[in-house]
Design a protein around this ligand. Structure first.
Ligand code: HEM
Length: 508
């Protein structure tokens, strides 16, 4: 053990030494006019400016240096975008130039940079994967056809909450939402439940997903100093490999089992209504050989579970926390639900359906306000410049990493009145939506790289949140008053509540 530490330290010092020699020989490039930013220290640059809440620290820095800012994080030039105007320049005007990804070292395993939709550069294979998802998972037709499935899984969640109510037990809102969302996805993909409420086995799958998210959100020396990559000084890539292999093994098992069943039953020509996404993908792989292979399928499933679970469940947790923290907003939301559901079919309907969402403007405003205050992916997934680009008279150099600070944009007093307040009403009179057209609110990104899962996330969020507040009243565990709740956040790949929301359901 001691030898490992000594070896690691020795390697780091050697690398620093080589790095100093290398950079010492480089003349500064005065021809490149980078956007303004804090003065970088030798070697480390501005790393120490990040702190443990980089979205807050970079927001503070942007107040001094402006909404287009540059930093040096180790040897990585990082450009930080903090206003809707600059975001529009990046993801509308120069979208193609900024459409590549800056791949974190921890994610750079198993050739994911060459296979995964999240990390591939914009090109034929990336387009093919996006098209497959759009047509077979996220189209209105597909989403309408799979509505019953989400309804069933929401009912499972409501049954679980009822059980907690009967036993006087608090619900861990984020964890329960994760279970529901995993099962919505796994039923659509494999036709089975992959997670259970309060069970050991579901913890396994959830912990693998959470583990990877945690690794992805930890600042990594190997990302700041590429020369350290072979040493993986914090062991983050090693941990990522461990989680990735375990998750891949689960997908491999399911896909393998399905291949066997198909071979036995010769069921590849079964009616399309009985097919889940695994069947659809295997059909595509068999019929269009050049399109996707089994490795692509496993990686696609990996991406969908990973990108879709934590983002959606943390949004739901924040929305519930804000409503409990602001009881008058909760009351208003429940009044709207009661009124709309009361009018449905002339009698009080017992459950909410996706077709009701369009008649619930206050519920929609709550979701928007939650995503403004607590963007789940606070910097987007880091983009990378493909070439030098001139923006507002400055140069964003080729290979620079681009962080779009959505959290700072949500706090901008020039855009939002009383930005710190949870005020869904602000969205009732303005036409701002999060579909990528209004750059004031882009929690799903905008342009080519925008989240493909938005249509599904949109339905799940409204259905889950509406159902939880229509069916139950909520209070905080331990007799904490709403105004005393801890509402602080914790930085990671997704922006979580520091303290998980433990809420006690109460009969309405
Ligand atoms: C509240 C829920 C969600 C939020 C806030 C969210 C947000 C985002 C953001 C910000 C990006 C990166 C955009 C960029 O870099 O410009 C992204 C990418 C992505 N999201 Fe989502 N997402 C959510 C749910 C989902 C769901 C449910 C799925 C699928 C089941 C999904 C799949 C993906 C994938 C595959 C990518 C990578 C796309 C690419 O690089 O081409 N997301 N998401």
């Amino acid at each position: 053990m001691e030898y490992t530490i000594i070896f690691t330290l020795f390697s780091i010092f050697t690398c620093f030494y080589i790095f100093i020699i290398k950079t010492g020989n480089q003349k500064p490039d005065n021809t490149v006019r980078l956007p303004p930013g804090p003065y970088p220290l030798p070697i480390i640059g501005n790393i120490f400016k990040l702190g443990n809440k980089p979205h807050h620290s970079l927001h503070t820095l942007s107040v001094t240096y402006g909404p287009l800012m540059s930093l040096k994080l180790g040897n990585t030039t990082t450009i930080v975008v903090s206003s809707p105007e600059i975001a529009k320049e990046f993801f509308l005007k120069h979208d193609i130039s900024f459409s590549s990804r800056s791949i974190p070292h921890a994610a750079d395993t198993h050739d994911r940079n060459k296979i995964s939709m999240v990390w591939l550069p914009v090109g034929d294979q990336w387009r093919r994967l996006r098209r497959i998802c759009k047509e077979n998972l996220f189209s209105v037709r597909q989403l309408d056809a799979s509505q019953h499935l989400r309804q069933e899984k929401v009912q499972d969640l409501l049954d679980y909450v009822q059980e907690c109510l009967d036993n006087g037990k608090a619900v861990n809102v984020g964890q329960s939402a994760t279970t529901t969302i995993l099962n919505i996805l796994s039923n659509f993909i494999f036709s089975i439940d992959i997670a259970e409420y309060d069970s050991e086995s579901s913890q396994d799958f959830k912990e693998l997903v959470w583990g990877l998210m945690e690794v992805g959100g930890t600042p990594n020396l190997a990302d700041f100093f590429h020369i350290l990559r072979p040493f993986d000084p914090q062991g983050l890539q090693k941990r990522a490999i461990h989680y990735t292999e375990k998750l891949m093994a689960i997908y491999e098992q399911h896909v393998g089992q399905r291949l066997q069943e198909r071979a036995e039953l010769c069921s590849s020509d079964s009616t399309s209504s009985s097919k889940d996404l695994t069947d659809v993908l295997l059909d595509i792989s068999e019929n269009e050989k050049s399109s996707i292979n089994l490795d692509d399928i496993r990686n696609l499933l990996f991406d969908l579970f990973l990108a879709g679970t934590d983002t959606t469940s943390s949004t739901l947790e924040w929305a519930m926390a804000e409503l409990i923290h602001n009881p008058e907003k909760m009351l208003k939301a429940r009044c709207e639900l009661k009124e709309v559901m009361g009018k449905k079919d002339g009698s009080t309907c017992t459950y909410i359906e996706e077709s009701d969402i369009s008649r619930l403007p206050y519920l929609q405003a709550i979701v928007k306000e939650t995503l403004r205050l607590h963007p789940p992916v606070p910097f987007l997934v880091p983009h990378k410049a493909i070439n030098d680009v001139e923006v507002q008279g400055y140069v964003v150099p080729k290979d620079a990493q681009i962080l779009c600070n959505l959290w700072a944009m949500g706090q901008d007093q020039n855009v939002w009145r009383d930005p710190q307040r949870f005020e869904p009403e602000r969205f009732l009179d303005i036409g701002i939506d999060y579909k990528g057209q209004d750059f004031e609110l882009i929690p799903f990104g905008a342009g080519r790289r925008m989240c493909p899962g938005l249509p599904l996330a949109d339905r799940m969020l409204h259905l889950l949140l509406g159902s939880l507040i229509y069916k139950f009243n909520w209070k905080i565990e331990g007799g904490i008053r709403p105004q005393d709740m801890d509402m602080s956040d914790k930085f990671g790949f997704t922006l979580h509540k520091s303290l998980p929301l433990m809420a006690i359901p109460v009969k309405v």
